[in-house]
Design a protein around this ligand. Structure first.
Ligand code: ADP
Ligand code: ZN
Length: 745
């Protein structure tokens, strides 16, 4: 990582820059840097202030940035500067957030303005909120006694003295028309009044009684509370088997943070699926936290952003973008399921939210807690070297035992022809649901079948825009590309040889497993859980409720079932294709498969009844399968480390990928070759490629990859900057930089 700015300065120590005639303003645009503007005599501007400035022919909101460390060589002359138009009535961006923006930009080689855009994602929150009118009860008195109809009585019953209510919801609650409200106002029963300007967030009560912690939870909780109370930067890796109660432990740290009067941020990988988490938060603190993710409405986003900036939202739970919220005093950052690749943002500014959470915590002198039952090798290595503190919960909470994991060798016990469940697995499901318990079949593949093939000529149905097969979604009667969204109806005859009815589905997706399950267990209540069958948080919450309330016997799901769920009646997990993630040359394929399958397995047997897990595999002796069966993930990770260390693969070395893409294949090739010819070298520095990316065509763009690998003690950013500066890139060719890549497609 880059060196962090050494000395912290507070807003108050920074003199207003109004004495100067010019300020630098960073705009939320992918420009090379901040622009200079003139300061009108009437304005006093400090760094961090939101201002509107003219850009081309319009005004645009930006942030007064800090003066450059060194004066610019050729500044724009004073007389050519345009003046700042106005300041905005919003709390200024804190010094620590400005340094975070600069840091992320430098680390990811992104334009600072592109990072700033993530930190001011709700421009409406910067404007003064417009007051809106509602109704309030009029004080009693006066001589006339207006008539109280049943309708009017319902309105009066719905109102409390002193409380201003918006008209529409009030009318709806009282089941009256808005005209009734107006009539009541004319008769002096209610009066117009201004609504409170923003929704207020409930204040979580740290003293609200939480569950009594088991001894090892209590010890871990005390350690975390101490790091939070210290008010200094520090990272703790909190590990423990699935179901050991890690959440309650870090909620204890959140409580301590609230006692300190500071704000806390909890990052979850899949916030849309967090219904159960929110229930637990409410049970622990009496109120709901502020939520931040892409499906939150724009109005709520505006209120939330503003409340965070004003210190009115003490706890935020969010997806990775919540890292860029304007916390004035962030005291704790928790990253739950820290091993999840969903924390990596792959478009726009390419960053890893887990790593940036550590940076944000450091810049805010906050505690950072990384949580996982299956920690990443990166975090384990940092814990081992002493850079992170480590806490471990060795047992499942409440005496639940870990499920027994066994292999189903598909070479010895294959499914019947055209089926995908071995008789061993099918029998286990029959027994489980026969006992009135729940079973889950896991297959990390959406749709019906991953490949459609012509039986006559062997033609495969491919996406016209991507190097990918089209996935059949039989329910919608569509062949679909999972990369670009291209969809077409399944053709009646082979597009290559013209043979009718020759196209056949190859391999299973969850829909096809469902078909088999329907034939095997026609009376079982079945539910498919996949991102396309559960679009959005409400559908996922409803599915979770149905499972918890035992309205479902058999769950068939993709990776969304692996994440954090607590289903007490689920006792059997069957993994349909345990080998699936091992294909392909990904550096972390083995690590990730162990993590995913261990998490899936961890859904079983979380309450009194013991759990059982069956893994179907063609290579049951693979080290990944052995690790899962033995449960000794530590030994597996040590072997993984031993394999990566000598070659300086992460985390024992650094990687950065360059992805060259163009709609013209030759252009992509030419730029990739030029980059290859200009490749940096020297001791501890190596460039692999250029080579066609595994997704050599994506959304109509041809893609080539280069990989820069350095020793750990060599920073990749200066090398990348120098390298890219030496190679001209034509306009229609894009070179995307991915520092610390987690995907290699
Ligand atoms: P993990 O996050 O480690 O997988 P959880 O935090 O989800 O584990 O805990 C597993 C289950 O045990 C949850 O249902 C949780 O509510 C319950 N639990 C954990 N700690 C306690 C406790 N101290 N008292 C009561 N229930 C607890
Ligand atoms: Zn496609």
């Amino acid at each position: 990582m880059l060196p962090l700015p050494g000395k912290h300065r507070d807003m108050k120590d920074t003199p207003p820059v109004s004495a100067r005639t010019r300020v630098r303003v960073l705009l939320p645009l992918p420009l090379a840097g901040a622009y200079d503007y003139a300061v009108p005599a009437s304005m006093a501007l400090r760094p961090g202030e939101f201002v509107s400035v003219p850009l081309n022919h319009r005004d645009m909101i930006g942030v007064v940035w800090d003066p450059p460390a060194e004066p610019e060589a050729t500044p724009v002359p004073d007389r050519r500067l345009r003046p700042v138009s106005a300041t905005l009535p919003a709390p200024p961006m804190t010094e620590s957030l400005r340094r975070f923006v600069d840091w992320v930009a430098a680390y990811t080689l992104s334009p600072p303005g592109a990072v700033l855009r993530m930190a001011m994602s709700v421009p409406a929150a910067l404007e003064a909120p417009t007051p809106q009118a509602g109704w309030i009860l009029a004080p009693p008195g006066g001589n006339s006694r207006p008539r109280i109809t049943p309708e009017r009585q319902r309105v009066l019953d719905a109102m409390r003295p002193g409380e201003v209510r918006a008209g529409a919801p009030l009318a709806e609650e009282a089941k009256v028309s808005l005209g009734v409200l107006r009539g009541m106002a004319e008769n002096g029963l209610i009066r117009p009044a201004l609504l409170p300007q923003r929704r207020r967030f409930g204040w979580p009560d740290p003293a609200h009684p939480g569950p009594a912690l088991a001894p090892d939870q209590a010890a871990a909780g005390a350690a975390l509370r101490a790091t939070v109370a210290a008010g200094a930067f520090g990272v703790t890796l909190l590990t423990g088997v699935t179901g050991s109660g890690k959440t309650e432990v870090y909620l204890d740290a959140v409580a301590e943070c609230l006692r300190q009067g500071r704000q806390a941020l909890v990052l979850l990988p899949e916030i849309a699926l967090s219904a159960q988490w929110l229930d637990r938060f409410r049970a622990r603190f009496g109120v709901a936290p502020a939520l931040w993710h892409s499906e939150v409405t724009s109005r709520t986003r505006r209120d939330t952003w503003r409340a965070v900036a004003e210190g009115e939202a003490p706890v935020v739970v969010g997806a990775r973008s919540a890292l860029f919220l304007p916390f004035p005093d962030l005291g704790l950052v928790v990253v739950d399921e820290e091993h999840e690749t969903a924390f990596k943002q792959e478009d726009g500014v390419v960053y890893h939210a887990r790593d940036m959470a550590v940076v944000r915590a450091r810049l805010n002198r906050a505690a950072c807690v990384l949580v996982s039952a299956t920690p990443s090798l990166e975090s384990l290595t940092n814990a081992e070297s002493g850079r992170y503190a480590a806490l471990h919960l060795p047992q499942r909470h409440g005496g639940a035992t870990l499920p027994a994991i066994t292999m189903v060798d598909l070479r010895r016990d294959p499914p019947e022809r055209g089926r995908f469940l071995s008789p061993l697995l099918a029998t286990a499901v029959t027994e489980t649901i026969g006992r009135g318990e729940q079973a889950m079949l896991f297959l990390n593949r959406r749709g019906y079948a991953p490949l459609t093939l012509c039986r006559h000529c062997g033609h495969r149905m491919r996406c016209p825009n991507c190097t990918a097969w089209l996935v059949e979604h039989r329910a919608q009667r569509r062949l679909q590309c999972h990369h670009c969204g291209h969809a077409e109806p399944p053709p009646a005859e082979c597009p290559e040889c013209g043979t009718a009815n020759s196209l056949t589905a190859v391999g299973p997706g969850v829909e096809r497993v469902m078909e088999e399950a329907t034939a095997l267990w026609p009376d079982a209540r079945r539910l498919v859980m996949a991102s396309d069958t559960l679009p959005g948080p409400a559908a996922a919450a409803e599915a979770a409720r149905a499972i918890q309330d035992r309205e479902v016997d058999l769950i068939i799901g993709t990776q969304i079932v692996a994440k954090g769920w607590h289903f007490p009646h689920l006792t059997l997990v069957g993994v349909v294709d345990a080998d699936l993630g091992l294909a392909g040359g990904d550096l972390r394929a083995a690590e990730r498969t162990v993590q995913l399958l261990h998490q899936v397995a961890g859904r079983a047997g979380r309450a009194e009844a013991p759990g059982q897990v069956l893994l179907q595999s063609f290579s049951p002796d693979h080290p990944v399968m052995r690790a899962l069966v033995s449960g000794d993930l530590e030994a597996f990770m040590q072997e993984e480390a031993a394999m990566r260390r000598p070659g300086h693969w992460p985390p024992f070395g650094r990687l950065a990928a360059l992805i060259v893409s163009s709609e013209e294949e030759r252009e992509a090739d030419r730029t990739a070759r030029d980059l290859g010819l200009a490749a940096p070298g020297g001791e501890g520095v190596q460039v692999l490629g250029p080579a066609p990316a595994p997704l050599a065509l994506l959304r109509g763009r041809y893609r080539r990859r280069l990989l820069l690998k350095t020793r750990r003690d060599i920073a990749v950013q200066p090398i990348l900057r120098d390298w890219l500066a030496r190679v001209p890139v034509p306009n229609h060719v894009r070179v995307q930089v991915d520092v610390d890549p987690v995907g290699f497609l």
